[in-house]
Design a protein around this ligand. Structure first.
Ligand code: ZN
Length: 361
């Protein structure tokens, strides 16, 4: 019950972030926000907690009450304890929020990214033309007017993808300036001095970026002409642009090892390896903070080939409990077929997978 409510609130936060700046909630609330508020009130009465009185208060709950809060009691086997829906510093949907909102039959935000890419693929017709557009989107979550006069600008590609961009929303501007993280390339915001952190930690710092995990060695890029800047749709920023450097790192490793591959048609970051004998071996690339939700997504997204190496960033796979949570969330028959790996481990893991195949034969 609490888990279902947490998911509903995640969907609400994701949807509200699309339709408006998050600082103003006027009555009447959007239907889905009103429903989420009503559900929360009912749940609070059921469990004997004081309910929130308004949408701003509910929003504040999403910024201060983590998944393992007694109100939600989401099991740690599903969502990591401490995961919030609204980022304490950025006051925007967290990556975990968007991943939770993608957990469920309709596939939420991640499915929205896939649908947009599916439409693009249909519009492009030819495979290579689509790959080119997809690459552009992945490398350009933010497009500035001056990029259009720079080297490597492709007018034909831009005309096919420009409808996937939007003007910068007010909510991402600070005194008319847009901040872009120098590491992930996604929007960033400084902490509002007036907003206290629920649980200050070194990791939160004074700057938020959509990638959330970035090093803060370099200051963000300041873009002073927000009216000449376009921003890729949120679902594609998080589920296409963010994993892209992991995807490029993985493909580089394959190239170095002279392992042939081809892109699997469709919206996923998926590649089929060549010359793998009778076994069909794919790699799929993700950058997800919640390993159990990633496992659930892979379990639901049939068809599975003989074996899929699921590549995630090195920093994530090295995290305490990440691999275990991923494996534990898979149904037993899939545990040998979905192998979690990283760009660095990809080629050795591939060698092991092929060795096992030979042993089986
Ligand atoms: Zn970043």
């Amino acid at each position: 019950m609490g888990t279902e409510l947490f998911r509903e609130l995640a969907c609400m936060v994701a949807a509200l972030a699309e339709v408006q700046g998050l600082r103003s909630f006027a009555l009447p609330y959007p239907g889905l926000a009103q429903r989420a508020l009503d559900r929360t009130v009912t749940h609070c009465l059921d469990v004997g907690e004081t309910p929130p009185r308004s949408l701003p208060e509910l929003w504040e709950w999403c910024r201060t009450r983590p998944a393992d809060d007694s109100l939600f009691a989401v099991p740690s086997s599903l969502v990591s304890p401490g995961a919030m829906l609204v980022h304490p510093v950025g006051r925007m949907p967290t990556r975990s929020c968007l991943e939770v909102a993608s957990y469920g039959p309709d596939g939420g935000v991640a499915a929205h990214a896939c649908a947009l890419l599916g439409d693009l693929e249909t519009r492009c017709g030819v495979g290579e033309r689509y790959r080119q557009c997809r690459r552009f989107l992945a490398r350009h979550p933010v497009v500035h007017q001056r990029d259009r006069f720079g080297p490597g600008w492709n007018k034909a590609v831009w005309s096919r993808v420009k409808e996937l961009y939007r003007p910068l929303p007010e909510s991402l501007l600070v005194d008319g300036i847009f901040l872009r993280c120098s590491s992930c390339g996604l929007p960033a915001l400084p902490r509002e001095p007036a907003v206290p952190l629920p649980a200050p930690s070194a990791a939160d710092g004074d700057l938020w970026c959509e990638g959330e995990e970035c090093p803060r060695d370099d200051p963000p890029e300041l873009i002073r002409e927000p009216d000449q800047t376009w921003l890729l749709r949120r679902s594609l920023r998080l589920f296409l642009a963010l994993p892209h450097c992991t995807e490029e790192a993985a493909l580089n490793e394959l190239d170095h090892a002279r392992i042939g591959y081809e892109a699997v048609p469709g919206p996923l970051s998926a590649y089929r390896l060549r010359e793998t004998g009778p076994e069909i071996l794919d790699i799929q690339v993700y950058d997800r903070l919640q390993p159990a939700l990633l496992a659930a997504h892979l379990t639901d997204s049939a068809p599975l080939v003989d074996r899929t190496l699921v590549v995630v960033p090195d920093a994530l796979a090295g995290r305490d409990g990440y691999r275990e949570a991923f494996t534990d969330a898979l149904p037993a028959p899939l545990r040998d077929r979905l192998v979690l790996t990283t760009p660095v481990d990809l080629v050795p893991d591939l060698g092991r997978a092929r060795g096992e195949e030979k042993d089986d034969a």
